[in-house]
Design a protein around this ligand. Structure first.
Ligand code: KIV
Length: 271
């Protein structure tokens, strides 16, 4: 594996160059200091402090309940753990949909209180005014199209989006609008691979796919899914690289046994 150590700090410009050089972009979610440090040292390009924290950290069924204060807590923890990668923070549901003024106020709070480098928000034309306002304030924004989990109650299911012509056309149009507005990148979630290919080829800015096939300019996975911490979520697009859930269970069983049998601590583990 080659990590480009020449790059001191990944910026939105670095991602742009990576797309121009056909170098794929690696992105993973993180929500705390320790894992952020591990991923950063491993050479990940981008850490997303996703509102998936609502699911994997807080145990909610959807991403809707997480608050701006809670995202700020997660993002500031992540920022303290990284030196090299770009950190993108999700604007949570309810912090930007009312109007562009509220969106900018939420964006400014995240940037000021966490030290994050950029933000992500879901949606296309509907949120364009907010995106314009945030970018005008000098804050880099990443878009998110396709399956947008903050709208789950509108969709009704987590199945693949934009399979039909009309929705695919809207997605392509939204992607162009987001690029024109100045977004530095775009997450494409759970859409057909060939649609993601068309969008990726039509844009100058990089696309980052999750369940969107191999033609995107980069890929993102939720850390709990790819590390096997969360073992119940097994969509087709997920590649699981570790089985931390099972290994942690085995370790904790051993720990309990050692305590109960008076094996832990032994004399060399005491003062
Ligand atoms: O919140 C999140 O983790 C995300 C990814 C699924 C892209 O938005």
């Amino acid at each position: 594996m080659s990590v480009n150590k020449e790059v001191k700090r990944i910026t939105t410009n670095t991602l742009q160059k990576m797309k121009s050089n056909s170098e794929k972009i690696s992105m993973i979610t993180a929500y705390d200091y320790s894992f952020a440090g591990i991923f950063d040292a491993a050479g990940i390009d981008v850490i997303l402090v996703g509102d998936s924290a609502s699911n994997v950290m807080a145990g909610h069924e959807t991403t809707l309940p997480i608050t701006l204060d809670q995202m700020i807590y997660h993002a500031s923890s992540v920022i303290r753990g990284v030196e090299r990668c770009l950190v993108v923070v999700d604007l949570p549901f309810g912090s930007y949909q009312s109007n562009s003024k509220e969106a900018l106020a939420s964006a400014i709070r995240i940037m000021k209180e966490t030290g994050a480098h950029s933000l992500k928000l879901e949606g296309g034309e509907e949120v364009l005014e907010s995106i314009n306002r945030i970018i005008s304030a000098g804050i880099p924004v990443m878009g998110h199209l396709g399956l947008t989990p903050q709208s789950i109650y509108k969709f009704g299911t987590y199945t693949v989006r934009a399979k039909e012509e009309a929705e695919a056309e809207k997605l392509k149009n939204d992607a162009l609008l987001l690029q024109q507005a100045g977004c530095f990148g775009l997450v494409l979630e759970k859409i057909p691979a060939l649609l993601a290919k068309e969008v990726s080829e039509s844009l100058i800015i990089p696309t980052i796919g999750i369940g969107a096939g191999k033609y995107c300019d980069g890929q993102v996975l939720v850390m709990h899914d790819m590390l096997g911490i969360n073992t119940t979520f097994k969509p087709r697009f997920l590649r699981q690289y570790l089985n931390i859930g099972e290994q942690a269970t085995i370790a904790v069983h051993r720990y309990i046994t050692d305590i109960k049998s008076n094996d832990f601590p032994n004399d060399s583990e005491a003062y």
